[in-house]
Ligand binder design. Structure first.
Ligand SMILES: [Zn+2]
Length: 498
């Protein structure tokens, strides 16, 4: 990635007091972020339950220190603790729900990291460590922005509620229970998430679509225990080969999903989406570089679709884990069973529960030799899309333009944030503004996850400006509304008069 240091770039609103306060507080914010990154809050690993709790405790202490009120932990159905807070003293102003999450992915292959995943280190303007970009930087950004306002104006331009979730990285399985229990406490007019990302270093993104997620484990078994391959090989089938054959039937020659009925509910692009995609440059080479795809390796997916359509609006399937026997310590035995963890990114329009069932049916139908078959589903989260127009999106575009000194790119994301759809819907279809600290070089979920520190500062500044933009825009929208209502009343009066 081109890495011009963005932090020192003069800012159009550099004199703006709140932006100055963001800059004055940025080193403190960074220290708070580093302290959070040192906590191994891995929600997918039961051995780290205490760490997730400690991470919630630290997050709560941090938010309290930023001046947020009613800071408390929220647990639904034994979920890992979320942290919620608020500041509700802006009369006649909208309420913004600030979302991020404090849990993280497991570190993956620790030996492939260039530094300890849980000891943050800066290299070339980037802070490396698990959770730096996804999403502890988002959680700290919300607090730092609130603190900048309270330090300068002594108040916020909008009311805010804060939700820092603790189980996002396992697909928010208790989201419905959480919404039922805490939905009223978190009711808002606009959602503001800091869990998405930027178009590239220095160029902000405003995200309007997310893919969903379906995952599950498929297991085939031949025996209860392995047998000597010399004594049994031939008559006894190999479950690893059997499973490999089943898995290879999941895709066509392009790598696209080839399951019967799978594409039935993929919806066509809207005209708006088509126009947005057409306006984007073909950045295949940049993406290849960001992903680290080796030279000579072709990209997969229907080649007649643009790379962004493939990434944001079409489904994708991958095997994200495989268990049989490790090569180390292997001997001439036929293993008893093999398991694969399958993960599907769900396209807009698709019903994730239906996809779980067509996946199960497909796998069951192609089990060779009558092997014992089981399928255990994990997650089923739908995609989310919106048309990013209206007062809140306009306010976000203005704030990002000022905070980064560059126009935002309207973009989709191939990943999943389960929180967005259900909360936006529960609060009456309110606008959801998805910003975030990551960029294509952040390797979130991968080894060497990192945060671009200059863009993080720009994000915090943009969020601070956005609160003011939202307050102004909502006031204007209300005035227009009441002017229109008065005009309507006048017209009705006139029409009604003889
Ligand atoms: Zn995240």
């Amino acid at each position: 990635m081109a890495g011009t240091p963005e932090r020192n770039r003069p800012n159009a609103m550099g004199s703006h007091e709140v932006v100055d306060a963001v800059d004055a507080g940025i080193e403190d914010a960074r220290r708070s972020l580093e302290a959070l990154v040192r906590i191994q809050s891995i929600s997918a690993d039961e051995d780290h339950t205490a760490d997730v709790q400690r991470s919630a405790d630290e997050t709560a202490t941090y938010l309290q220190g930023c001046g947020l009120e009613q800071v408390r932990q929220a647990v639904a159905d034994d979920s890992p603790p979320a942290v919620i807070a608020e500041w509700m003293h802006a009369h006649d102003a909208p309420t913004i729900l600030l979302y991020a999450h404090h849990d993280v992915q497991p570190p993956g292959f620790v030996e492939r990291w260039h530094s300890d995943p849980f000891e943050p280190v800066e290299r070339d303007g980037r802070l490396y460590g698990r959770g730096t970009a996804d999403d502890k930087a988002g959680a700290v950004a919300h607090g730092a922005m609130v603190k900048a306002w309270l330090d300068t104006a002594g108040a916020l331009p909008c009311n805010v509620k804060v939700l820092i979730e603790g189980e996002e990285e396992i697909g928010s399985p208790r989201l419905a229970a959480f919404l039922a229990e805490f939905g009223d406490d978190l009711r808002a007019d606009v959602l503001l998430l800091a869990d998405a990302g930027n178009w590239s270093v220095g160029t902000p993104g405003l995200t309007y679509s997310l893919r969903g997620l379906v995952s599950g484990d498929v297991t085939v078994a031949v025996m209860d225990a392995p047998v000597h391959s010399g004594m049994a090989g031939g008559p006894v089938a190999d479950p690893v080969l059997a499973l490999a054959e089943m898995l290879s039937s999941l895709v066509d020659e392009h790598g696209d999903v080839a399951i019967d009925g799978f594409w039935d509910d993929v919806r066509e692009l809207t005209q708006y989406e088509r126009d947005q995609l057409a306006a984007l440059p073909d950045n295949s080479d940049g993406l290849r570089r960001a992903w680290g795809v080796l030279p000579g390796v072709e990209l997969a997916g229907d080649p007649s679709r643009s790379i962004y359509e493939r990434l944001w609006f079409r489904p994708a399937i991958a095997v994200i884990g495989f268990d049989s026997h490790p090569i180390e310590g292997s001997s001439n035995q036929i293993v008893a069973r093999a398991t694969a963890r399958i993960s599907i990114r769900v396209a807009p329009g698709q019903d994730p529960h239906r996809l779980t069932e067509v996946l199960r049916a497909h796998l069951r139908a192609c089990v060779p030799f009558g092997l014992e078959f089981s399928f255990e589903p994990y997650e089923a989260v739908p995609a989310w899309t919106c048309e990013p127009t209206g007062w809140a999106f306009d306010a976000a575009a203005r704030a990002l333009r000022t905070g980064f000194g560059r126009d935002p790119v309207l973009m989709g994301v191939g990943g999943t944030i389960p929180f967005v759809g259900p909360f936006a819907e529960a609060f009456g279809g309110i606008p959801a503004l998805l910003l975030g600290p990551a960029d294509p070089g952040s390797d979130i979920h991968g080894e060497d996850e990192s945060l671009h520190l200059g863009d993080w500062r720009n994000l915090i500044a943009s969020e601070a400006l956005l609160l003011e933009e939202l307050a102004t825009a909502s006031r204007r929208a209300r005035q227009c509304g009441s002017v229109r209502k008065r005009a309507d009343n006048l017209r009705t009066d006139r029409e009604g008069s003889p």
